[in-house]
Design a binder for this molecule. Structure first.
Ligand code: C2O
Ligand code: CU
Ligand code: CU
Length: 413
């Protein structure tokens, strides 16, 4: 699948610093030493190769979240890069245009590694998307949202047992940044890279129009009052600042306060479009297998489990025949402690069928690889496992839960 050429990226994983608080250098871990790794722009049908050198003193690896990638290149939690070693990942980019991201997935380290900065965007474009004429170039802006606990000395404080949201919300590594915008249409790609904060994003003025989910564009734009993102999820939105007078500040806010602001500083011509129809969703094939997964916290073992078990790399929890369409019914049993979870599957994009029997809102009806599973609820997702054979993982994408066991293994045979 990586016939001939690929676009090659060198991505050393190393320590670096970033400025979160003004004038204070915060030590981070980063792809290329950057707190938010470089945005990789891929084109459908053209492979990308990452050459990753581990310059840390402990194992790391790279997982392309949402990517249709063969198992040897998926960044399985047990498939790590030893300190000092270099390895290459090849991504075929066979899937439709989508907002993906890449992050560390080294088992038991992923929560801290992601927290300290091993995360970045990976954007796939294609002809069908380009023909739509959506805002592009400088008007197409990825925004990585996450929280952090910042010590008095500027350091990122990490406590794996911390069950609370970290207090400082960062957008592309900065607390409440303001982006200068022209009074025209923009496309924003929003990603929740937090360890467990759930964002509920609203605009203080103007209209949020959602155009995409984890795995690509929706069939049609949808006006939404709120975009909810659990860790790992993405949403693409369009905001048109054309109605806002120059000098206006438009704020994207969470229940906790402002997240990112947009200062309308001038006018600009706008040759972008927002068509009524975007990328059609295929009809769902009939599923032939149903599986049940129960997510629960086990206080006696201080473990997070799936069907009562913690992750064991030597065990295969779901054996799936290549090409089969399956329904996975995922239930969050943690009503007693009221613990939120979400559910993420590697290798393929799935579709959300319903939550407690209720069909998804239009903003969740597209291609997904991560869905929220609130306490006491059951979500049904449908996936067609066709493509690569081999072992992948599925897990809760609150990394502190997956590293404490809430992860399992899938084998496509
Ligand atoms: Cu975003 Cu298994 O990962
Ligand atoms: Cu993933
Ligand atoms: Cu969880």
């Amino acid at each position: 699948y990586v016939g001939g050429d690929a676009d090659l990226y060198q991505l050393p994983v190393r320590a670096g610093t970033t400025e979160i608080l003004p004038g204070v250098a915060t030590p981070v871990l980063g792809f290329d030493g950057r707190f938010v790794g470089p945005t990789i722009r891929a084109r459908r049908g053209r492979a990308v190769a990452l050459q990753v050198t581990n310059q840390l003193g402990h194992p790391t690896n790279v997982h392309l979240h949402g990517g249709f990638v063969p198992p040897a290149h998926d960044g399985h939690p047990m498939d790590v890069i030893a300190p000092g070693a270099t390895r290459s990942y090849a991504y075929p980019n066979l899937q439709q245009a989508a907002t993906l991201w890449y992050h560390d997935h080294a088992h038991h380290m992923e929560a801290e590694h992601i927290y300290r900065g091993l995360h970045g965007f990976y954007l796939i474009s294609d002809d069908a998307e380009q023909a739509l004429g959506l805002p592009s170039g400088q008007y197409d802006v990825p925004i990585l949202l996450r929280d952090a606990l910042i010590g008095a000395d500027g350091s990122l404080v990490f406590d794996p047992a911390d069950a609370d949201n970290r207090p400082t919300v960062l957008a592309n590594g900065k607390p409440q940044p303001y982006l200068r915008v022209a009074a025209r249409r923009y496309r924003f790609r929003l990603l929740n890279g937090s360890l467990h904060r759930i964002f509920r994003l609203r605009l203080d003025r103007g209209q949020l129009i959602q155009i995409g989910t984890d795995g690509g564009l929706l069939p049609a734009p949808v006006a939404v009052s709120e975009v909810k993102l659990t860790p790992g999820e993405r949403a693409e939105v369009v905001i048109d600042f054309a109605g806002q007078p120059v000098g206006t500040r438009v704020v994207l806010e969470d229940t906790s306060g402002p997240v990112v602001g947009f200062d309308v500083v001038g006018t600009a011509t706008d040759d972008s479009r927002l068509p009524d129809r975007l990328i059609p969703l295929p009809a769902l094939p009939t599923a032939t297998v149903t599986r049940d997964l129960a997510l629960s916290f086990d206080p006696a073992k201080v473990a997070f489990t799936i069907n009562g078990q913690t992750y064991d790399a030597t065990r295969v929890d779901a054996r799936v025949v290549n090409g089969t369409t399956e329904i996975w019914r995922v239930t969050n049993l943690d009503t007693r402690f009221n613990i939120d979870h979400d559910f993420h599957l590697h290798m393929i994009q799935f579709r959300l069928l319903d939550r407690d029997g209720v069909p998804p809102a239009p903003g969740e009806a597209g291609w997904k690889d991560t869905v929220h599973v609130p306490p006491g609820s059951t979500v049904r997702v449908q996936a067609t496992f066709s493509g690569f054979t081999g072992r992948y993982v599925y897990h809760c994408h609150f990394p502190e839960h997956s590293s404490f066991g809430m992860m399992a293994q899938l084998e496509v045979v």
